[in-house]
Design a protein around this ligand. Structure first.
Ligand code: NDP
Length: 392
């Protein structure tokens, strides 16, 4: 049915490649391309059927355009880094190919992510007749779809939203991040931000916390308020929302290491000169930390990511918790990556499936919650991320 060019060969790409390869009736031709071709070949060697691989520097629009013209994909599925979003969108515009990613654009020189750069492509994508689906991972991604599902089936009006991301897994390392360390550390060392009564309010980084009692035996964990990108589109698309916040769990040990690294300057993103070499300390840190891909066989335990929504239905107050629990070891057994990559890669594949089958197809640049959540929610349960909902 469709030809897909997957860009990137990290933990998430490994899951996307596996999942697409498992569904030949939708993804009949797959090309996996990334900066380091040997990583693509390594992933390809473990798949249930042959796929093509290629070397690609996705920062170079002309190179991507040439590869697209050669392979002729229907869709470019970007699971490289947020830095490549705009150059890949430019290549899609030039060649008339649909686009999907899992994280919004972030300029390399500034730890700041916002949709404004990608939303600026709306008219050009619409008039070219192609679609971009933004943030089709778990958070952003499934969390946006959970909100659309709650809005469609459970509420007349949603008043408050708390997205809560819990990783109750353990990889046994002193300090390691579960996805790209540079992107991860840039995200969590920013000032906290949440939305209330129509305005954005800020907190110091990781200054606010709460204890949340997670279901199915995971139990109480400390969660910290962070700014997270899906809040930006959700506060626009969930009409009548009064407050929206995002929380993530961290262990005391993780935060202690992070504080030390910050205090000694190792999380700085501005380049410094060492023996004549210009390097940003955070890039050096990434190079010495464990590769998130290597944590797969070591990680045990589960993730639990979901949305707590409160509002009204038929004049009655109502609270709802929609969540998914994913087991690190089970994910590793299936696709060779832990649950953080799995929970991102499966929704990326499902987003691509929604587009290629025409289930979600609307030229322009769109966030997930603007589409009918029902087919996506059904696909989550079918392809490895079953969800549960309960009154709270
Ligand atoms: P990794 O760092 O493991 O992989 C990134 C891959 O992109 C690497 O293979 C890297 O190449 C490749 N790459 C980097 N620059 C270029 C370039 N210029 N051209 C071509 N390829 C390039 O990251 P993850 O797999 O953990 O994450 C992938 C994406 O998923 C990120 O954008 C991340 O933010 C997002 N994400 C989204 C989540 C969500 O829930 N929405 C959750 C987790 C992650 P090389 O191997 O040579 O370094």
């Amino acid at each position: 049915m469709g030809r897909v060019l997957i860009v990137g060969a990290g933990g998430v790409a490994q899951v996307v490649a596996h999942k697409c390869a498992q569904i030949p009736e939708i993804f009949d031709n797959i090309l996996l391309a990334s900066r380091t071709k040997s990583k693509c070949d390594r992933i390809a060697a473990r798949l249930p059927r042959p796929i093509d691989t290629a070397q690609l520097d996705a920062d170079d629009v002309a190179q991507t355009v040439a590869l697209i013209r050669q392979f002729k994909p229907d869709l470019v599925l970007n699971v490289a880094l947020p830095y490549q979003d705009l150059s890949l969108m430019d290549a899609c515009l030039e060649t008339g190919v649909h686009y999907l990613d899992t994280a919004n654009y972030e300029p390399p020189s500034e730890a700041k992510f916002e949709y404004k750069w990608q939303w600026a492509y709306r008219e050009r994508f619409a008039s070219r007749g192609i679609m971009a689906l933004l943030g089709s991972g778990f958070d952003p991604g499934v969390t946006n779809v959970f909100c659309a599902h709650a809005q469609k089936h459970h509420f007349d009006q949603i008043r408050t939203l708390d997205i809560i991301d819990c990783n109750a897994g353990d990889h046994g390392q002193a300090f390691a991040t579960n996805f790209n360390p540079e992107i991860n550390i840039r995200e969590i060392t920013q000032r906290g931000r949440y939305w209330e009564h129509g305005e954005w309010l800020e907190t110091d980084p990781l200054a606010w916390s709460m204890i949340y009692d997670f279901p199915e035996g995971i139990g109480p964990k400390k969660c910290y308020l962070l700014y997270h990108e899906e809040l930006e589109s959700l506060v626009q698309n969930l009409k009548g929302l009064k407050r929206a916040r995002f929380w993530m769990t961290f262990s005391e040990q993780y935060l202690t290491y992070l504080r030390v690294l910050e205090n000694v300057g190792m999380t700085r993103i501005d380049p410094i000169s060492v023996k004549g070499c210009e390097i940003a300390p955070i890039e050096l840190l990434k190079a010495v930390l464990p590769d998130p891909g290597s944590l797969g066989p070591l990680t045990k335990g589960r993730t639990c990511i979901g949305c707590v929504l409160r509002g009204t239905k038929d004049g009655q107050e109502k609270g709802l918790y929609v969540y998914n629990i994913c087991d690190h070891a089970a994910a590793f057994r299936e696709v060779g990556s832990q649950a953080i990559s799995y929970t991102t890669g499966v929704p990326a594949m499902i987003g691509a499936m929604m587009m290629l089958t025409g289930t979600w197809m609307r030229p322009g640049v769109h966030n997930m919650e603007t589409f009918d959540p029902d087919p996506f929610m059904a696909a989550l349960s079918r392809y490895g991320l079953p969800w549960t909902e309960m009154a709270v």
